[in-house]
Design a protein around this ligand. Structure first.
Ligand SMILES: Cc1cc2nc3c(=O)[nH]c(=O)nc-3n(C[C@H](O)[C@H](O)[C@H](O)COP(=O)(O)OP(=O)(O)OC[C@H]3O[C@@H](n4cnc5c(N)ncnc54)[C@H](O)[C@@H]3O)c2cc1C
Length: 351
């Protein structure tokens, strides 16, 4: 079987790369082993334009957010789904200092921040002591719907192999790669944290980051907004909310932990006035990088091998944008922007 590109992984990265390559007229085959614990399956799916205690804009958000909105709408049209929704974040202040930080930033820049007309209007549903601010626009991506439906689309077109890729079976030639009966011009690894041990790229400065979440049924809570108060409570499916998360750079394993479960349950008791039922407890490792920038591009020594990884905490906004950049490199020879291009690690990857 001959294809232009063999992609390893169908998380949000492999999904957008496959889509962009096909839009550019390239043939693709995707290999993905089913893994319910991949980052894309556990993520809440939020695109939030601001971050941190100082509520600063996230990296490149003015370009990333409009691009992502278009890209998800494009997926909606292709797959006949509705996978993107605009949802404001109600940022409930846990301390007077947080209130001050928010109102201070609001005075400086109102692009993504607003103050409510009546900051007591959530008191029927929530406990909060120091008021709240509004972050908008934010987007919620229904990742499970998108990934499932894109997977079905690939399967229907004979473009997906649901099996584990074994690196030992890869043969790298001058102008192509071979894997069993598959010949491809290039192979691109979109394999998330599994790729951290790939010998072609294992010298890159990765930093896996563990996150956990609960899925909680709360029939009495309106689902119009995302509630943030330390953790985020994200309207997920009918009456079900996603609650998370932790950001751990050090951890013993990637399993759901009793400690998080207890903290999150306490949070629900202290924050939400309606009765709730915990349905599930999820955990995954984010494919993060030490400099918090993705790894996009071709191996400096093996140009038939590429990487699309390192989306960290922001796969929903980074994957669509940098998939387009990677396709521009592969098809039109337009370089990836320098701070995302994996060629910035040419020296260590060439050793
Ligand atoms: C708790 C939590 C909350 C998060 N919330 C958000 C959020 O709100 N917004 C946001 O933007 N990001 C969020 N993220 C981050 C986001 O999940 C990641 O940035 C993104 O999912 C990474 O996608 P990926 O496709 O690169 O990797 P992955 O999702 O890990 O996908 C890799 C795929 O490759 C497959 N694979 C790996 N090795 C092989 C192999 N050898 N053979 C075959 N298949 C293989 C895996 O099965 C998997 O399907 C969150 C992450 C976590 C853990």
């Amino acid at each position: 079987m001959q294809v232009d590109y063999l992609l390893i992984g169908q998380g949000i990265s492999g999904t957008f790369l496959a889509h962009e390559l096909q839009k550019a007229g390239q043939s693709v085959l995707v290999m993905d082993a089913v893994n319910q614990r991949s980052a894309s399956k556990v993520a809440s799916g939020i695109i939030n334009p601001v971050t941190g205690r100082r509520i600063v804009k996230t990296w490149m958000i003015d370009e990333l957010m409009p691009f992502a909105r278009e890209a998800y709408q494009d997926m909606d049209r292709l797959l006949q789904i509705d996978c993107i929704a605009e949802k404001d974040v109600l940022d409930c202040f846990s301390t007077p200092q947080m209130r001050l930080a928010f109102t201070g930033r609001y005075q400086e820049d109102q692009q993504y921040l607003a103050l409510p007309a009546d900051e007591n209007d959530q008191r029927n549903y929530l406990h909060y002591d120091f008021g709240y601010g509004i972050i908008h626009p934010c987007y919620w991506i229904d990742l499970s719907l998108l990934l499932q439906r894109y997977r079905r689309h690939l399967l229907q077109n004979g473009q997906l192999l649901e099996e584990k890729f074994e690196l030992a079976q890869l043969e790298v030639k001058d102008n192509e790669i071979q894997y069993h009966h598959i010949n491809a011009r290039k192979i691109i690894f979109c394999d998330g944290v599994a790729g951290f041990s790939n010998p072609f790229f294992n010298r890159l400065p990765y930093g896996a980051n563990k996150g956990e979440a609960l899925l909680v049924e709360i029939p009495g809570l309106p689902n119009a907004h995302i509630i943030k108060k330390g953790y985020s409570l994200v309207p997920w499916k009918e009456k079900v909310f996603w609650l998370g998360s932790t950001y751990l750079w050090e951890f013993d394993n990637d399993e759901p932990s009793p400690g998080f479960y207890q903290f999150a349950k306490n949070w629900l008791q202290l924050t939400v006035k309606a009765p709730f039922t915990i349905l599930d407890h999820l955990a995954a490792l984010r494919p993060a990088t030490l400099e918090r920038r993705p790894f996009v591009g071709l191996h400096p020594v093996h140009p038939c091998i590429g990487i699309f990884n390192g989306m960290g905490t922001k796969g929903c906004s980074l994957a669509p944008y940098f998939a387009r950049q990677l396709v521009n490199l592969l098809v039109h020879h337009i370089p990836v922007q320098a701070d995302a291009d994996v060629q910035r690690f040419k020296r260590i990857l060439s050793r």
